[in-house]
Write a protein that binds this ligand. Structure first.
Ligand code: G3P
Length: 218
């Protein structure tokens, strides 16, 4: 499974780059607004920190507007993936961009029919928002399972990018359901490392080692 960081915070991105588990980054207009940084200069910084797919979302609402923005964003770096909303205009733009081998991430997916359309339009990634479904008492994980089954039935190459992830169980369940990617806030990625018994075990190892008065390992 690939792990993407869902963030536009350059300090978080720098920290994740250092840990070596981050395969890419997804941004969205809300995250970019929160960063307070100029969008294009932010993307220029991110592509230098993470050598993987960097999703940059267009804000135009018609296909021509999206395509002209995509033109600008794609020029920044070959790792830029154009993020498009799951609307008729967004999928028109997706089809045009995939015909030109420009990678796309179709976002704001909440039901399997949308994911089927995105695959038919050649989307590189589909972003089902599992957390926002759970937030309204629907089953986000069921959507991942349905998309996986449909894509496998027809051999679609579109990669499932589980998004809107709220906690480590979303990551684990998405992996079990066969999602190709999970894009997570930093706190969720960091929580994947944690278990109290790991901390407890390491503490007792260190205490026992100290008691044994062993020579330093040099
Ligand atoms: O960036 C796409 C998605 O992961 C955002 O999810 O629900 O946390 O805003 P959310």
């Amino acid at each position: 499974m690939k792990f993407f960081l869902d963030s536009a915070d350059i300090n978080e991105i720098r920290q994740m780059a250092d840990l070596g588990i981050c395969d890419g980054v997804t941004t969205n207009p809300t995250l970019v607004a929160k960063s307070g940084q100029d969008f294009k200069s932010l993307l220029n910084e991110i592509v230098r920190l993470i050598p993987g797919p960097i999703s940059a979302e267009v804000v135009g609402l018609t296909a021509p507007e999206m395509l002209s923005e995509a033109e600008v964003l794609a020029k920044i770096h070959e790792n830029i993936v154009i993020k498009l909303p799951l609307t008729p205009e967004g999928l028109k733009a997706c089809k045009a961009l995939s015909a030109r081998n420009i990678k796309t991430n179709v976002t704001l997916c909440f039901q399997a029919g949308q994911a089927l359309l995105a695959a038919k339009c050649g989307a590189t990634y589909i972003s089902p928002f599992i957390g926002r479904l759970d937030d309204v008492s629907q089953d986000g994980m069921q959507l991942i399972r349905e998309i996986r089954a449909i894509y496998d039935n027809y051999g679609y190459d579109t990669q499932i990018l589980a998004a809107s992830i709220r906690h480590p169980q979303h990551v684990i369940q998405s992996a079990l359901a066969g999602s190709d990617v999970a894009t997570c806030p930093m706190k969720v990625l960091m929580s994947l490392y944690q278990h109290p018994l790991t901390d407890k075990g390491l503490t007792s190892f260190m205490e026992d080692w100290k008691k044994a008065n062993q020579k330093p390992i040099v």
